[in-house]
Write a protein that binds this ligand. Structure first.
Ligand code: 13P
Length: 291
């Protein structure tokens, strides 16, 4: 079924697990991402950047997601990731996205609150969930250094005010993670997450999931993470697989031959992550061999 982010995080909260949110970078990988969810029996968030949405078409992505969710069947939310302008949010909602993120983390605190609240009012009136962001999430290993210095961590007192005044359905927190970190791993600030979790009731979101150590997942989930974003790991593996296949084949070979293994690699990773996101402490996992 096609669902909102809020419906999925409510489910995750009851079961003390996190929903996996995976960035699709092209349309090819989407069916296998949703099949991975079906095979694990777990819900999934499919997310796109604004640029990917424009490249494929907001309405095309919505149509394919809805059809795949119905065919498989599995609970799917479609989320717009890191939108910084209101027009992109309007376009996504008009096309049928069930969730949007307004990223005002680069704005002064008061302006972030005011703009996020405007998005919440607009989206909620149309039955769509909203994720906001407080604090900054660091840069990538490609070009930009993954550094401790350029980050502003989320302050629990700010989180209280931000959540109360905006009414967001989920909050992305800056606790040491970095977007695009695929060569090294980060040291997540769990005590800070714990304080934020004690301060606000809203589901918390991890960005830069590729750079998070898998052994840290359970602790993050036990401290309120209910949406866990993974993008770069899928992108890197799809591309590496594609490189190998395309380099090794004749130019007139069917594209299918080269692209199916890339999509299957994505499916394998999504399945692996989803099973880990079903926390060992979750009732779903008791007596389950995945634990
Ligand atoms: P990674 O690409 O680092 O996994 O992060 C994904 C993300 O947080 C998307 O917003």
């Amino acid at each position: 079924m096609y669902k909102t982010l809020k419906e999925l995080t409510d489910y995750a909260d009851k079961l003390n697990m996190t929903v996996g949110a995976f960035n699709m970078h092209n349309l090819e990988m989407l069916p296998e991402m949703i099949r991975a969810a079906k095979e694990t029996g777990l819900p999934i968030v499919i997310q796109t950047s604004v640029d990917t949405a424009k490249y494929i078409g907001y309405d095309v992505i919505v149509a394919v997601c809805k059809q795949l969710a119905a065919n498989n069947p599995v609970d799917v939310a479609l989320h717009l990731d890191h939108a910084r302008d209101f027009k992109a949010i309007q376009d996504a909602i008009a096309a049928g996205y069930s969730s949007v993120m307004f990223d005002g983390s680069n704005l002064p605190f008061k302006e972030n609150i005011a703009k996020t609240k405007a998005v919440v009012d607009y989206a909620h009136a149309r039955g769509v969930s909203v994720e906001g962001e407080l604090g900054t999430i660091g840069g990538t290993e490609e070009g930009i250094s993954v550094s401790e210095d350029d980050k502003e961590y989320t302050r629990p007192s700010d989180a209280i005010k931000f959540v109360a005044e905006t009414g967001v359905d989920a909050l992305a927190v800056g606790i040491g993670t970095n977007h695009g970190q695929f060569k090294s791993k980060t040291n997540v600030k769990v005590p800070l997450l714990q304080k934020i979790h004690e301060s606000v009731e809203v589901p918390l979101v991890i960005h830069g999931g590729t750079g998070v150590k898998e052994e840290d997942y359970a602790e993050l989930i036990n401290n309120g993470i209910r949406k866990f974003n993974v993008g770069t790991e899928l992108l890197v593996n799809w591309t590496q697989t594609a490189k190998g296949y395309f380099e090794a084949t004749e130019v007139n070979k069917s594209l299918r031959h080269n692209i199916i293994p890339c999509n299957e690699k994505v499916k394998e990773i999504v399945k692996h992550k989803l099973l880990l996101f079903m926390n060992a402490d979750s009732p779903l996992n008791r007596g389950n061999s995945h634990g």
